[in-house]
Design a protein around this ligand. Structure first.
Ligand code: DHK
Length: 154
C-alpha cells in the first residue's frame, strides 16, 4: 500500500475570499480559487495532501487549527487581519504543536504601522510576506523540507 501523504492545512482568514476584487492594487488580481489551485498543485508535486480552507470567523479558524493537532503534519496560515489582533488564534496555533508557516500576500512591514506586528507569528516556524500567491507555494516547499528533516531526525 502506498504511504498516505502528510496532510498540510492551508488556512486563510477574513476577507481573503474577496481576493481579486478587494483592493487589487494592494492584493493583486488573483482570486482565492487561483491561490487554492496553485497551493494544491505545488502540494501534490511535493507529495503533500493540501487541505485548503478560508473563513471569515475567528472561532471557525481556531476550531480548524485545533482539529489539526494529531491529524495534520503542518499548518500554512494566512490569518489576514487576525494576524494583528488575535491572541486566541496564536494560542490555538501554539497548542497544535505542529510546524506553522505564516504567509502574507503583501509585505506587512511596508504597510500601516498596525499591520507591522504579527501576534500569530510568535507561533510560526517561519514567515513569508510580500511575494503574493507565490508565497503559498514557497511555504509548502519549506513545509515539505521541515517534514523531511523531522522524518530524518526520528
Ligand atoms: C491580508 C490581510 O487581509 C490583511 O488584513 C493583512 C494580509 C495582510 C496579507 O498580506 O495577505 O494585514
Amino acid at each position: 500500500m502506498p504511504k498516505p501523504r502528510p496532510i498540510v492545512a492551508v488556512l486563510n482568514g477574513p476577507n481573503l475570499n474577496m481576493l481579486g476584487l478587494r483592493q487589487p492594487e494592494i492584493y493583486g488580481r488573483a482570486t482565492l480559487a487561483d491561490v487554492q489551485a496553485l497551493a494544491e498543485r505545488r502540494g501534490a508535486e511535493l507529495g503533500l495532501s493540501v487541505e485548503f480552507r478560508q473563513s471569515n470567523l475567528e472561532g471557525e479558524l481556531i476550531t480548524w487549527v485545533q482539529q489539526c493537532r494529531g491529524r495534520a503534519a503542518g499548518i500554512v496560515i494566512n490569518p489576514a487581519g487576525l494576524t494583528h489582533t488575535s491572541v486566541a488564534l496564536l494560542d490555538a496555533l501554539l497548542a497544535a504543536e505542529l510546524p506553522v508557516i505564516e504567509v502574507h500576500l503583501t509585505n506587512i512591514h511596508r504597510r500601516e504601522a498596525f499591520r507591522q506586528t504579527s501576534i500569530t507569528g510568535k507561533a510560526a516556524t517561519g514567515l513569508i510576506a510580500g511575494l503574493g500567491p507565490r508565497g503559498y507555494a514557497l511555504a509548502l516547499e519549506a513545509m515539505a523540507g521541515l517534514l523531511a528533516e523531522a522524518r530524518g531526525a526520528s
